[in-house]
Ligand binder design. Structure first.
Ligand code: ACO
Length: 362
């Protein structure tokens, strides 16, 4: 029997949350290219209820989420103690999510509350790392405007909110990706939501998954700082057996539909913020990578530049991914808890057999 490496192509369960069938990403049946301008709150509601909200439901949902975008002082103080250490922000987030699940005032297993606390905690980690004060959410704004304000300390323009909203919508879910599957495995044991999210953050952290966006920007900086020819950089890295970050995908062999939409945003915002040299570099790498490998950019390729244009430190890029994907993680955790059973696959043993422990008495 030939085993599929890394479960590639293996259907392990059913879901009504999202699909990548025929390389078209849909959330509860709606293609993401139609949802890209829907509000993040509307999309979160869709993922959690597999239907769009009515206008009243959306208003109430938004209000509830924003009302929860606050952290008790002592939780901020605890986060500050961890965040000041010279740790990678994803390590800080991993501990923070776990911490949120142990503080008595954060009720467990309440998805709107958990999502709001995650966004607020991520923004707080960024502010603490930057040595800036923690801002308070404005109850009259939506979730995305508040989130950008909380991490940047600046009220974003309507156009920037729209851009970030699209980024959040496109990252919100992606069926059984590595971090979501991890969350589902934990949920399948009937563990609590914070435990599921802590595990998901651990899986997202790796460079083959959410950690790729940080490496994409490292690559762009390295090329720009050294003035190296991007073609030479790609050839050199690949000759050393290294992958070019932000390219390739387990599901999308003919291109990631999210990257197509994000490329347009990256081009616009990089021009508006004087970062168009980075975009030009990305275009050169993209063209050469296609010529050399037929690989296309994935979702992480352009978000790296978009986050940079939002003045975010590259070390925090993967936390941004986590902020957006929490919506999907929770959708899958809810589905797994209500409809799933224990996930416990089998393995093929390929080690030594017929060994015997020596009798030490004789
Ligand atoms: N750069 C160079 N070569 C690559 C790349 C890349 N980015 N991606 C794939 N390849 C090559 C592999 O070396 C392999 O070549 P081979 O057949 O000669 O050995 C072939 O293409 C197939 O690649 P696999 O890694 O086996 O494909 P898989 O489906 O397992 O991997 C993955 C997908 C992990 C995303 C891979 O493309 C990769 O490592 N990309 C770089 C990291 C990255 O951008 N990750 C983010 C993915 S999107 C997300 O998680 C949100």
């Amino acid at each position: 029997m030939k085993l599929p490496k890394g479960l590639a192509g293996v259907v392990v369960d059913q879901t009504k949350v999202s699909s990548t069938k025929n390389a078209v990403l849909t959330y509860a049946g709606y293609p993401i290219k139609e949802l890209k301008d829907a509000s993040f709150e509307e999309v979160v509601f869709l993922l959690w209820h597999t239907r769009l909200p009515s206008s009243d439901e959306l208003t109430a949902f938004r209000k509830r989420l924003v009302s929860e975008m606050v952290l008790p002082d002592h939780t901020v103080q605890l986060i500050a103690r961890i965040a000041k250490e010279p740790q990678h922000p994803m390590s800080i987030l991993r501990t923070t999510v776990s911490l949120l699940g142990t503080t008595n005032d954060v009720k467990r297993d309440d998805p709107p509350r958990i999502l709001a606390k995650m966004l607020t905690a991520i923004a707080a980690i960024i502010r603490i790392r930057d040595g800036k004060p923690i801002e308070q959410a404005n109850q009259n704004w939506g979730v995305v405007k508040n989130f950008v304000y909380l991490f940047s300390g600046e009220q974003p323009t309507a156009e920037r909110v729209k851009m970030f909203n699209t980024v959040m919508v496109l990252h919100a879910d992606h069926e059984f990706n590595a971090s979501t599957f991890t969350a589902r495995v934990v949920a399948s044991t009937k563990s609590d939501d914070y435990s599921c999210l802590t595990a998901a953050v651990c899986a997202l952290k790796g460079p083959l998954h959410g950690g790729a966006n940080e490496r994409v920007f490292e690559m762009l900086e390295a090329i720009r700082e050294t003035g190296q020819d991007p073609v030479g950089y790609v050839n050199e890295q690949m000759a050393r057996g290294r992958k070019i970050m932000g390219f390739g995908h387990r599901i999308y062999k003919d291109g990631d539909p999210r990257a197509v939409i994000l490329r347009v945003i990256a081009q616009k915002i990089s021009q508006e913020t004087g970062n168009d040299e980075y975009f030009a570099l990305q275009e050169q790498i993209r063209e050469y990578m296609f010529k050399k490998t037929h690989l296309h950019p994935n979702v992480d390729y352009y978000t790296a530049l978009i986050y940079h244009c939002f003045n975010l430190d590259k070390k925090t890029f993967t936390m941004m991914f986590a902020a957006c994907r929490t919506a999907g993680w929770l959708a899958h955790v809810i589905e797994q808890q209500t409809e799933g059973c224990l996930i416990r696959p089998s393995s093929e043993y390929v080690g030594e057999t017929n060994r015997h422990y020596p009798n030490k008495e004789g």
